[in-house]
Design a protein around this ligand. Structure first.
Ligand code: CDP
Ligand code: CDP
Length: 221
């Protein structure tokens, strides 16, 4: 039997990956994997267990043992909905720190691959096309200017009731992008076989349509 189709959407922070990936998945009737949530949950679970984010063996053990269930409306950690607890700037930074540890990435590898089932999957993150699903039917590198991304994240945080400050968000986002791009394991970068989708001046609908058009082309051959 042939492997289920996968659409891999990678890119920097707040570029719109999750929003676009979820809508593309809904349009195709595929499931959706928010891989960043796994790194965020690992950072949160480590913090709750008083484990330092640079303690590679201990954080990898936490990642490997995460009891996670993705539901329609939320993510449950050990049976309890996490809500926005994984979306704070502190946990965003922690996620990018634990994500630089090779043993942590290894601990999350098979859990992510298990999402690649029929009828298909849309996965978003940093290494969906490079490491987790290198055989993906379509790889998209989704990006936007740092300023546009900081503004998107600002609006998103304010809507969720977090306090936020645009200059701080921009600098946090740039630090996180630098860490994600410069790490030795699974760095964020555009793969040679990935389509570049620059969304600074695109609406969500336009970005979704472009991905669906590329997918239709890729599967028509
Ligand atoms: O998953 P990622 O961090 O890449 O981004 P996201 O959480 O999907 O999107 C960040 C915010 O940007 C969301 O509130 C989207 O609605 C918004 N967005 C946008 O304003 N314009 C786009 N073309 C794409 C996303
Ligand atoms: O929504 P945003 O793009 O800001 O972050 P995310 O996709 O939830 O990812 C949070 C952090 O997890 C990123 O800054 C990366 O360090 C890490 N990550 C990763 O290393 N590999 C992935 N496939 C997904 C996320």
């Amino acid at each position: 039997t042939r492997a289920a189709p996968v659409i891999a959407i990678d890119g920097p922070s707040a570029s719109g990956k999750g929003t676009v990936a979820a809508r593309v998945a809904a349009a195709l009737g595929f499931s959706y994997l928010d891989s960043g949530a796994l790194y965020r949950l690992t950072a949160l679970a480590a913090k709750r267990a008083n484990v330092a984010w640079d303690d590679e063996a201990a954080v990898a053990a936490i990642a490997g043992g995460l009891d996670v269930v993705f539901t329609e409306s939320d993510i449950c950690l050990a049976g309890v909905p996490v809500g926005d607890a994984i979306r704070s700037e502190e946990i965003s930074a922690g996620a990018s720190k634990v994500a630089a540890l090779p043993a942590v990435r290894e601990a999350l590898l098979f859990r992510q691959r298990a999402f690649g089932k029929a009828p298909g999957l849309v996965g978003d993150g940093r290494d969906m096309g490079s490491v987790i699903f290198p055989q993906a039917s379509l790889k998209v590198f989704l990006t936007a200017s740092a300023e546009a991304r900081a503004e998107r994240r600002y609006k998103q945080l304010i809507e969720k009731g977090f306090s936020a400050n645009l200059p701080d968000l921009l600098s946090d986002l740039q630090q996180r992008d630098a860490r994600d791009s410069q790490r030795s394991v699974a760095p964020l970068r555009q793969e040679a076989d990935a389509q570049m989708l620059e969304t600074t001046h695109l609406t969500i609908e336009q970005a979704v349509k472009q991905v669906l058009d590329w997918y239709a082309e890729a599967t028509a051959q």
